[in-house]
Design a protein around this ligand. Structure first.
Ligand code: UDP
Length: 483
């Protein structure tokens, strides 16, 4: 404990992420960046996630070196044994609202976090603004989705008014959406966030996402894990509603730059793992033995659940493409798949995997994408995965699963030209063909565009870059409001 008078201590920032892997990853990176700048951070994890972080990582060691850093925990509102994946995502959002929200308020009011100068909360929990207002603490909203998805969610009322939502059946899926400013020429119904596919605008998921997103202009500022060179035109649109929007990403790369600049060797060597699953590092040894840029890395993130049919179609497509592959298959990524249970997989797939593939339950993804043997990424287009692929300069084949991923994959293929969008198709011949296009036929084109975007992403987090300067401004702003 410091002997300093409370008003002489650095500002204390309370960080409150949505309790999902991608959100926790990006907020922990932000926590480390704020800590490096000398701010005191309280990181509020769900009990469930905190237990897993402690079990599978050396998370305490990563942060004990920062004076004033502390973890606190709160329930995510779901029973202990309840599944936490894409199928229960909305259920968790409702539980956070009904169960966690009043607890969060009580913890703040009763001083369980000590003196807090400002809150940075995940904007999908828009209600945090009401709580912060009630206790008189300034609040920033952080979103770990892309700016393009934030803006599409923000524009839902206009789409409803224009009659673009609900989507008028399957035949309207390729119709252009005209009422999301900045996306009029390329956004189709099928590229909208997944819950916009509901046939009823009073659908609770649609209402929740829309209502929560519309809270963000009330926050002191919006913080986004993106960079100006990637999403500049959409950011200009967002700033008409949220004038102070700090873009400080890609956060995982930003963290590395700042660590290299400010920190001691011990800090730089500290692990950055914030995995909620046990990381299987054996895949790195396997990658070491593969030829340059020959491997397709396959991962559908932390939430996606594939049907058995989808799994088999992907598997055939990948094996038939005759590309080497490293595939992350989470234990809970196919229904009914229990540890040790036989899955009854066709023999040619098992043989094809032995020949060219390697499978793990969870990989050190940032390291995998940076490995010289990796030449492509078959991804679900989660925002963290997309940014990690961009920084590593790895082209993508996108199979969006839900939420923001439908938009991200459209931007990857149509706007940024960093890969191909499989959108709504899960067919072995398409998988095979797209992998072939990515790795062979159109390789040169994608290598060029991904290398340029990787360069821009690194520039943004280097001294003088947009994200680097924006983080400095954000920290200054936090210090100012804390005086
Ligand atoms: N990830 C990982 N190992 C894996 C698969 C994923 O470390 O085997 C990490 C990945 O690096 C990313 C996060 O999990 O930071 C997934 O976040 P994303 O936003 O891409 O997708 P989500 O899981 O939210 O759908």
């Amino acid at each position: 404990m410091s002997n300093m008078e409370p008003h002489l201590l650095p500002p204390r920032v309370l960080l409150f992420p949505l309790p999902c892997q991608g959100n926790v990853n990006s907020m922990l990176n932000l926590a480390q960046l704020l800590s490096l700048a000398g701010l005191h951070v309280t990181f509020l994890n769900s009990d469930h996630n905190h237990d897993r972080l402690v079990r599978y990582t050396d998370i305490q060691a990563r942060f004990t070196c920062y004076p004033g850093f502390q973890f606190k925990t709160i329930t995510d509102g779901l029973p202990v044994e309840h599944p936490r994946n894409g199928e229960s995502f909305m259920e968790m959002c409702y539980a956070l609202n009904s169960v966690t929200r009043p607890l969060f308020r009580d913890m703040l009011v009763s001083g369980q976090f000590g003196l807090v100068n400002c809150i940075i909360a995940d904007g999908i929990m828009g209600y945090t603004i009401d709580v912060a207002d009630e206790v008189g603490i300034p609040i920033f909203h952080f979103r770990s989705i892309s700016a393009c998805c934030f803006w599409a969610c923000f524009s839902i009322p206009q789409m409803i008014e224009a009659g673009e939502i609900p989507i008028k059946g399957n035949e309207a899926m390729d119709v252009l959406i005209r009422s999301v400013p900045g996306m009029e020429t390329f956004l189709r119904s099928r590229d909208l966030p997944s819950f916009c596919r509901s046939s009823d605008v009073s659908n609770p998921s649609l209402q929740l996402i829309m209502t929560e997103t519309r809270q963000s202009p009330r926050a002191r500022a919006l913080i986004l894990n993106t960079f100006e060179d990637l999403e500049g035109p959409i950011l200009s649109q967002i700033r008409t509603q949220c004038p102070t929007t700090y873009t400080i990403g890609p956060l995982h790369a930003h963290r590395k730059t700042r660590l290299a600049k400010h920190a001691t060797n011990t800090l730089q060597r500290s692990s950055n793992s914030s995995s909620l699953w046990e990381v299987d590092r054996s895949c790195m040894t396997w990658l070491d033995q593969q030829p340059l840029q020959s491997v397709v890395y396959i991962s559908f993130g932390s939430l996606a659940v594939l049907t058995r049919d989808q799994l088999i179609e992907f598997w055939y497509g990948v094996v038939n493409s005759k590309k080497n592959f490293l595939w992350v298959r989470r234990l809970d990524s196919t229904p009914g798949n229990k540890e040790g249970e036989s899955e009854d997989i066709p023999v040619e797939l098992v043989e094809g995997t032995k020949e060219r593939g390697y499978m793990v339950g969870w990989a050190p993804q940032e390291e995998v994408l940076a490995h010289k043997a990796v030449g492509g990424f078959l991804t679900h287009s989660g925002w963290n995965s997309t940014l990690e692929s961009i920084v590593a300069g790895v082209p993508m084949v996108c199979w969006p699963y839900f939420f923001d991923q439908q938009l991200n994959s459209r931007f990857v293929s149509e706007v940024w030209k960093l890969g191909l969008d499989m959108k709504d198709l899960c067919d072995r011949t398409i998988v095979e063909q797209m992998l072939n296009d990515l790795m062979v036929e159109r390789r040169q084109e994608f290598v060029k565009s991904t290398a340029e975007m990787a360069r821009l992403s690194r520039k943004s987090v280097s001294e003088g870059g947009s994200s680097y300067s924006n983080l400095d401004r954000l920290i200054k702003d936090i210090r100012l409001i804390s005086m």
